[in-house]
Design a protein around this ligand. Structure first.
Ligand SMILES: Nc1nc2c(ncn2[C@@H]2O[C@H](COP(=O)(O)OP(=O)(O)OP(=O)(O)O)[C@@H](O)[C@H]2O)c(=O)[nH]1
Ligand SMILES: [Mg+2]
Length: 470
C-alpha cells in the first residue's frame, strides 16, 4: 500500500507552504510574505526512520481560475466526464504560459493526490474563490478545506458556510500554532475522506505518537549527558615554578565558563536536531550572564524549583554561615531572608556552595604546581541548567515547522513551567550528587536521563495556556 499523497492548494499567499511545513515537519519549505513564493510543485515526504508515512505536495497558487473554469465549461459534455475534461485542460496547456500555475497545481491531483484547500479565515469570503473551488470539485478527488487564520480578524463562520458547499469536510487549522494533537486529529480526518487511506493514516498516527516519546527520550539523554559533562568538567594548567598564580586565575575561570556555555549551546543544537528544528535561531540569556544570578531567588524560581524545594536543598549541606553570607548579600538578600526564615542550617548549607567555580593551586605528583578549575560545587547550577534546558525543550517540542520567528527562551517564558514534583527533585538531586562525587558517570547519566524524561513528559502535559505568548 503506497502512502497517501495530499496536494495543498489555494489562492497565492494563504499559507499553503506553511501548512506543508507543519504537516511534513519540514522547516526547509519556502515560506514568504510575498505572493508567488512557490512557483513549482514540490513533494515533502513525512518520514520516520526512513519510512514514508504520507507526502505533502506544495503547489503554486491559482492565477487564472476564472478563465480556466471557462475553458472547462466550454469543453464540458456530462458531469460524469468532468475529471476527464480537467485532464484534457492540463494536457492542452502543459508547456504554455497562459495556465502555467493551474497546470502545475492540478498535475499532482490528477496523479491521485487528495486535496487540501487552504483559505485565510481572517479575510472576508469573496466570490473570486469560487472558480478555483469549482475546478477542484471537477477533479472528483477527495478534498477537505482548511481555514488558516493568518490575521486577527475572524471571518471563519462565513468561510465555513461557503466552503461547506464545495468540501465535505472543513476544519480550522492554524499552520503556526498547530501542535501535534491537532495534527494527529487532522490526519485521522483525512483517513475518513477516503477508505483507501484510513489504514495508512492510522498507522502514521501510531508511528508519530511513538516517535514523540522516542524524541523525548533522546532529548532527555542529550540533557543528561550534557549535565554529566558540565558537573564533572575540570580544567587545569601548569604553573611556572615560582610564578604568582593569581594573575592566571581569571583566564582559566573564563575558559571554564566558555566551555560550559559551549556545552549548553551544543546541547540546544542537538535537541533541536532531534525535533527537525535545526534552523531555528533562539534568543536566550547566556549562561555566563546568569553567573551573577545563580544564587538569586529569581533565577531559582524562574528555572524550576519552588521556595520550599530551595530550603530543602539548602538543608543538605553542612557549610557554615560566615563570610559567604557577605558575599551573597546584594543580589540575594531576599532569598537569604526566606532561607533564614526556613532555618539557619538550610541557609548555611545552600549558600556555602554558591560559588560557581574558583581556580585553586594544586601540586603535581612529580613536582611543580598547577592551577585547577572545576568541577563546580554550586548546588543550584545543575538545576538552573536543567530549568533552562526544560524550557527550551518545551518550546522546541511543540513548535510548528512553519514558524520562522526566533524562539524566545527568555525569562518571561521561563516562569510558566511548573517546578518538578518533590519526588522528581529528589531523583534529580540524587543523580547530581553522585555525578559530583565522580562515581560511575555512565550509569548515573542513564539514571539521570530517565529522571529528566519524566520531568519533560510532565512539562508537555502543561496546557498551551501556560505559555501563552511564546
Ligand atoms: N500569523 C500567521 N501567519 C501565517 C500563517 N500561515 C501563513 N502565514 C504567513 O503568511 C505568509 C504566506 O505564507 P505561505 O505559507 O508562504 O503562503 P503560500 O500560500 O504558500 O504562498 P505562495 O507560495 O506565495 O502562494 C507568510 O509570511 C507566512 O509566515 C498563520 O497561520 N498565521
Ligand atoms: Mg507557497
Amino acid at each position: 500500500m503506497s502512502p497517501p499523497v495530499f496536494a495543498v492548494l489555494g489562492h497565492p499567499n494563504k499559507g499553503k507552504s506553511s501548512i506543508v511545513a507543519t504537516l511534513a515537519h519540514d522547516d526547509s519549505v519556502a515560506i514568504g510574505p510575498v505572493p508567488g513564493t512557490t512557483v513549482r510543485c514540490r513533494s515533502y515526504p513525512m518520514k520516520v526512520d526512513g519510512q514514508v508515512l504520507y507526502t505533502l505536495v506544495d503547489t503554486p497558487g491559482f492565477q487564472r481560475s476564472r478563465r480556466a473554469l471557462q475553458w472547462l465549461r466550454e469543453h464540458e459534455t456530462t458531469a460524469a466526464r468532468h475529471a476527464e475534461v480537467v485532464q484534457q485542460f492540463v494536457e492542452t496547456h502543459r508547456g504554455g504560459d497562459l495556465f502555467r500555475d493551474e497546470v502545475e497545481l492540478l498535475t499532482p491531483v490528477l496523479g491521485g493526490a487528495g486535496i487540501l484547500y487552504v483559505v485565510d479565515g481572517s479575510v472576508p469570503y469573496g466570490s473570486e474563490y469560487e472558480p478555483e473551488m469549482e475546478i477542484l470539485r471537477w477533479t472528483g478527488r477527495p478534498r477537505m478545506a482548511l481555514v488558516n487564520p493568518i490575521g486577527a480578524a475572524d471571518h471563519v463562520a462565513e468561510w465555513r458556510e461557503a466552503l461547506g458547499q464545495y468540501f465535505s469536510v472543513v476544519r480550522v487549522f492554524d499552520a503556526l500554532t498547530a501542535e501535534s494533537d491537532k495534527q494527529v486529529e487532522l490526519l485521522r480526518t483525512f483517513g475518513h475522506l477516503d477508505e483507501a487511506w484510513s489504514g495508512a493514516l492510522e498507522h502514521a498516527v501510531a508511528v508519530l505518537e511513538q516517535e514523540r516519546s522516542r524524541r523525548r527520550a533522546r532529548a532527555a539523554r542529550i540533557l543528561a549527558d550534557t549535565l554529566a559533562e558540565m558537573l564533572t568538567l575540570t580544567l587545569s594548567r601548569n604553573l611556572p615554578p615560582d610564578g604568582d598564580p593569581e594573575p592566571e586565575k581569571p583566564a582559566l575561570e573564563r575558559r571554564f565558563q566558555e566551555q560550559l556555555r559551549s556545552l549548553e549551546s551544543r546541547c540546544r543544537d542537538r535537541v533541536q536536531a532531534v525535533y527537525e528544528h535545526g534552523r531555528v535561531t533562539r534568543v536566550e540569556q547566556e549562561l555566563e550572564a546568569l553567573r551573577e544570578d545563580l544564587f538569586s531567588e529569581e533565577t531559582w524560581l524562574r528555572f524550576g524549583l519552588s521556595r520550599s524545594q530551595l530550603a530543602t536543598l539548602g538543608a543538605g549541606s553542612g557549610a557554615v554561615l560566615g563570610a559567604t553570607i557577605d558575599a551573597a548579600v546584594g543580589g540575594a538578600s531576599f532569598l537569604l531572608g526566606s532561607l533564614i526564615g526556613a532555618g539557619l542550617g538550610a541557609a548555611a548549607g545552600w549558600i556555602g556552595a554558591n560559588q560557581l567555580v574558583e581556580a585553586k593551586v594544586a601540586s603535581i605528583p612529580l613536582g611543580g604546581r598547577k592551577l585547577v578549575v572545576g568541577p563546580t560545587r554550586n548546588r543550584s547550577f545543575p538545576h538552573v541548567v536543567l530549568g533552562r534546558a526544560r524550557l527550551h525543550h518545551f518550546l522546541v517540542a511543540r513548535r510548528a515547522h512553519a514558524r520562522q520567528d526566533r524562539m524566545d527562551c527568555g525569562a518571561d517564558a521561563a516562569g510558566q513551567l511548573a517546578p518538578p514534583t518533590d519526588a522528581q527533585r529528589r531523583g534529580l538531586e540524587g543523580c547530581f550528587e553522585r555525578l559530583r562525587g565522580g562515581r560511575d558517570p555512565e550509569l548515573v547519566s542513564t539514571e539521570l536521563a530517565r529522571a529528566i524524561e519524566d520531568v519533560l513528559a510532565s512539562d508537555e502535559g502543561s496546557g498551551p495556556e501556560r505559555l501563552a505568548g511564546c
